[in-house]
Design a protein around this ligand. Structure first.
Ligand SMILES: Nc1ncnc2c1ncn2[C@@H]1O[C@H](COP(=O)(O)OP(=O)(O)OP(=O)(O)O)[C@@H](O)[C@H]1O
Ligand SMILES: [Mg+2]
Length: 455
């Protein structure tokens, strides 16, 4: 605590009382000395006499508040009842409080306690705000889109163009191309960036819960609805709703979604109140929605509602120029994560990577780079560290190291599709359907090519 008074007796008295209450004190007997002491000791609080010879208390306070180093220290003015104290000028100079001499010790200590506690709260708040801003920056840069290819530049331009609007965006692209990254980039560049980005994975929604997930439900509206619950549309109010894998949304749910998109209003399941929300829709799909429409698996009216501003994210094989930068970034980040050293990438590694067709796109590249880093002994990524088989698979011994033969291409393609369909062979979204084969035919080819699931 810094005590400033040009009457040494007053200083002594104050210091005694403060020290008795457990505070450490330093003292000054004039304005100029007070500035010097405040800079040197960085006190938690300053008790400042108003009327002093030389620089008076108002001026000392203004200067304390004018300096970066002492600005945040609370100042309490000490005034004598016999003096005229200009409260307005005192607060304008930046003081937080004043006490009149002679003071009640208990009152003085209470005021000091309050201002010190307040200052601590303000400091803590300032620190956590700074930490949050740092974290947000880190998260944003961690998911920055890497790549300088013309194809990706075009995607970036489209993101910039559409972000500031409220238009619905439809992101199309193969699995692992970065559709989710595009959705985040749109949200982060929009005026909604400080509101939530709410994601719904339409493929993972149980059919019977779709409506309740999207719109919420009232207590008792169905068995198991023991509480009122807000749906994703409500949670996303003011922000962005990201409908991932929209092509997988069941037909009944498509009809309900269409209504919200048209009218921007809905009711909770079992509710009567109509709710209005301000939500920007971004949808993504790795299926060709147009052929889904042609095959009557997707409502044409919903397709037109969604397809306002389409962004196509090109597969990695259409932009091999991006590979070197991506490899560098992924190697550096998996080095941080795994603690394995990373020094450089051999040209032959990049050559091999550029020649591959990357059915799993950037996600597959990311995983391959991590595996390569683990295989490397000295932190250099060499061509032989790049194993281009999907993870968790036991490559048969006779498989050729290159993928130049038709058989190798077929094997890689089937594996890619299997990995994408989570190794389901049958069913509407199973690998056989995706490949246009009978399940039994696919099983036969897998046996012949030595493809088996080992995880
Ligand atoms: N341009 C890029 N720069 C850096 N990382 C990228 C880039 N594109 C994609 N990634 C990374 O690749 C991975 C896959 O991206 P993302 O999840 O966005 O793909 P997706 O298209 O949504 O795939 P899916 O259809 O399988 O859901 C993520 O880890 C993402 O951070
Ligand atoms: Mg995705």
């Amino acid at each position: 605590m810094l005590v400033v008074d040009d009457e040494p007796l007053n200083v002594d008295l104050l210091e005694q009382e403060l020290e008795a209450a457990g505070y450490a004190t330093v003292a000054a007997t004039g304005g100029a000395e007070a500035l010097m002491m405040a800079g040197k000791h960085a006190p938690d609080l300053i008790l400042l006499d108003v009327m002093m010879h030389g620089m008076d208390g108002y001026e000392a306070c203004r200067r304390l508040k004018g300096s970066e180093a002492t600005r945040a220290i609370p100042v309490i003015f000490l005034t004598a009842l016999t003096e005229t104290f200009d409260k307005v000028q005192g607060f304008a100079a930046g003081a937080v409080d004043y006490v009149s001499k002679p003071f009640e010790t208990q009152e003085l200590l209470a005021r000091i306690g309050t201002h010190i506690a307040l200052r601590r709260e303000i400091e803590a708040h300032r620190k956590s705000k700074a930490t949050l801003a740092c974290l947000a920056d880190e998260i944003r840069s961690g998911r920055a889109m890497i790549g300088a290819s013309a194809a990706l530049r075009r995607v970036r331009e489209q993101i910039e163009r559409v972000a500031s609007t409220d238009s619905t965006v439809l992101i199309e692209g193969e699995s692992g191309t970065g559709k989710e990254l595009v959705a985040r980039a749109i949200h982060d560049a929009s005026h909604r960036r400080d509101r939530p980005l709410v994601k719904i994975n339409c493929a993972a929604l149980p059919r019977e819960l779709v409506e309740s997930e999207l719109f919420g439900h009232e207590k008792g509206s169905f068995t198991g609805a023991t509480q009122q619950r807000r749906g994703r549309f409500e949670i996303a109010d003011g922000g962005t709703l990201f409908l991932d894998e929209i092509g997988e949304l069941p037909l009944e749910a498509q009809a309900k979604l269409l209504r919200v998109l048209q009218e921007r209003e809905f009711e909770r399941v079992g509710g009567t109140q109509t709710l209005k929300v301000d939500v920007r829709i971004v949808a993504a799909t790795n299926r060709d929605l147009q052929s889904q429409v042609a095959g009557s698996r997707f409502r044409p009216d919903l397709y037109f509602r969604l397809n306002v501003f389409p962004i196509r994210v090109p597969p990695l094989r259409e932009r091999p120029e991006d590979i070197p930068q991506l490899v560098e970034r992924f190697a550096a980040s998996s080095s941080r994560r795994t603690g394995r050293p990373f020094t450089s990438v051999a040209p032959a590694f990049l050559e091999r990577a550029r020649a591959y067709h990357w059915p799993g796109n950037i996600r597959e590249l990311e995983n391959s780079v991590e595996r390569a880093l683990i295989m490397s002994n000295d932190g250099t990524l060499e061509a032989q560290h790049l194993s281009l088989e999907p993870p968790g698979l036991d490559a048969p011994a006779q498989s050729t190291p290159t993928d130049a033969t038709l058989e190798a291409v077929e094997r890689a393609h089937i594996r890619g599709v299997l990995a994408r369909s989570d190794w389901r062979i049958e069913g509407e979204r199973g690998a056989a359907a995706l490949l246009g084969l009978n399940p039994s035919t696919l099983r036969g080819r897998m046996r012949k090519l030595g493809i088996r699931k080992t995880r």
